[in-house]
Write a protein that binds this ligand. Structure first.
Ligand SMILES: C[S@@+](CC[C@H](N)C(=O)[O-])C[C@H]1O[C@@H](n2cnc3c(N)ncnc32)[C@H](O)[C@@H]1O
Length: 261
């Protein structure tokens, strides 16, 4: 939902945030020689897995993400088969993947239960699956943007919240229940914490480029309101400045690791 035309802005900004979990997901999926990365975005996790010697297939429904992921693999000199495909209708052989990752993807699909069932179907028996989402409370980079937008009187945009019957609790327990309902055996359900370092310009590039909630809000405003929000947001980000023009945000994500019995 909402990833059309934002791939390059995502690469410059929030891709570096999502990359914070790559090591954890690779370690959590065990020693499988083959790896399927769902919703691969610009390809950070897929390329890292390939560099570690895994045979990697990566899928993403957005054609620009597919192009960027292919480019990242080519530049890294590794082979990754990148296909244009998405949950829940993956065009892949059922029960075929020895390790499956979905890094910040299940929080972007219109039917998370159907998506989780598709992940379970594609996993081979005993395969490990590692999935992340964002928790319900927004990180400080987003909270500050929201406060800035409200203070600037930003025009509201249509909510992307799912209907209650489709939604799930954005917490370790909620993601774990989803995995359990899909027939997976949950091995870990926890929060991850790290520091995200990004330049002010990089973060603004993502927001101006329309990435995620702040990006959608930003693009719906007049130039005057956009510039007011940017000024206010930068003031609210200032306590996180670690060096001139560089921000360091404490980040929390939700991780579930499961296997297919
Ligand atoms: C926040 S990005 C995460 C990208 C990548 N996993 C990473 O860690 O950088 C979400 C990604 O999910 C993809 N996506 C959106 N809907 C999807 C679906 N139904 N199935 C698979 N991927 C989807 C988007 O195109 C986007 O690349």
């Amino acid at each position: 939902m909402g990833w059309e035309g934002v791939a390059e802005a995502y690469r410059r900004s929030f891709a570096t945030l999502c990359a914070g979990t790559v090591e954890t997901l690779l370690e959590a999926t065990g020693p499988s020689p083959d790896h399927l990365d769902i919703g691969c975005g610009t390809g950070d996790l897929a390329v890292t897995a390939a560099r570690r010697g895994r045979r990697v297939t990566a899928v993403d429904p957005d054609p620009d993400m597919v192009t960027l992921a292919r480019g990242a693999a080519a530049r890294a000199g590794v082979e990754v088969e990148v296909r244009e495909s998405g949950l829940p209708g993956l065009s892949l052989t059922p029960s075929s993947a020895g390790a499956v990752t979905a890094n910040f993807v299940l929080n972007h699909v219109p039917d998370p239960r159907a998506a989780m069932r598709a992940l379970a179907r594609i996993a081979a028996p005993s395969a490990r699956l590692a999935m992340t989402i964002w928790p319900a409370a927004p990180g400080p980079h987003l909270a500050a943007y929201g406060d800035a937008a409200r203070a600037a009187g930003a025009r509201p945009v249509t909510s992307t919240r799912l209907a209650p019957e489709l939604d799930f609790e954005r917490a370790p327990e909620g993601l774990a229940s989803l995995a359990g309902e899909a027939g997976l055996r949950v091995m870990r359900a926890e929060e991850l914490h790290w520091t995200w370092r990004i330049s002010v310009e990089g973060l603004l590039a993502g927001i101006r480029g329309g990435v995620a909630g702040p990006g959608r809000i930003h693009q719906a405003q007049t130039a005057k309101v956009r510039s007011e929000i940017e000024e206010l947001a930068q003031a609210l980000w200032a306590p996180y400045e670690s060096a001139p023009g560089l921000l360091a945000f404490p980040i929390t994500a939700v991780l579930v690791v499961a296997d297919r019995p």
